[in-house]
Design a protein around this ligand. Structure first.
Ligand code: G3P
Length: 217
């Protein structure tokens, strides 16, 4: 499963990328607002930090506006993926852009039927929001399983990009469900490597090694 980081904070992306943990980045208007930076400037910077796909979302809600903005965003860097909302205009833009060879990420997906429409429109990625379904007492992970089954039934190449990830458990469950990608908040990515028994075991290894009085170097 590919790991994308879900943030527009360039420093966080740089740090995680230096650990070799990142396969890409997703942003959205809320994350751009949190960055406090110029949208096109921060997207261009992020695209220079990571080699993988970087999702940048249109602000327009009408087809014509989406197409204008998509071409502007796509021209920022070769690894830009244009993010489009899962609406009828978003699906129309997805189909048009995919025929032009522009990679798309259809976002704000909350049902299997929405995901089916996105795949039929040629989406490169579909972003089902797990956490926001859980927030209203629905089963976000069940949606990942449903989309995986439908896409496999018909051989759709659209990649399932599990989004609205809130915990390490979401990451594990999304991997078990067969998501192609998980887009993960920086803190959750860092937490994946942590375990108290690892810390305890390493402390003991260091203590015992020190007692030998030896040096490897
Ligand atoms: O990629 C979508 C993600 O940013 C939404 O997360 O926690 O606001 O539902 P959240």
């Amino acid at each position: 499963m590919k790991f994308f980081v879900d943030t527009a904070i360039a420093e966080e992306i740089r740090e995680l990328n230096d650990y070799g943990l990142l396969d890409g980045v997703t942003t959205n208007p809320s994350l751009i607002a949190k960055s406090g930076r110029d949208f096109k400037e921060v997207v261009a910077e992020i695209c220079a930090i990571v080699d993988g796909p970087v999702s940048a979302e249109v602000a327009a809600t009408d087809f014509d506006g989406m197409m204008v903005e998509a071409r502007i965003l796509s021209a920022l860097a070769a690894n830009v993926v244009v993010k489009l909302p899962l609406t009828l205009d978003g699906l129309k833009a997805c189909r048009a852009l995919s025929t032009e060879g522009i990679h798309t990420n259809v976002t704000l997906c909350f049902s299997a039927n929405q995901a089916l429409l996105a795949a039929k429109a040629g989406a490169s990625y579909i972003s089902p929001f797990i956490g926001r379904l859980d927030d209203i007492n629905l089963d976000g992970m069940a949606l990942i399983h449903e989309i995986r089954a439908i896409y496999d039934n018909y051989g759709f190449e659209t990649e399932i990009l599990a989004a609205s990830i809130r915990s390490a458990n979401h990451v594990k469950e999304a991997a078990l469900a067969g998501a192609d990608v998980a887009t993960i908040p920086p803190a959750v990515i860092r937490g994946l490597a942590q375990h108290p028994l690892t810390d305890k075991g390493l402390d003991q290894f260091i203590k015992d090694w020190t007692s030998t009085g030896q040096s490897i170097r």
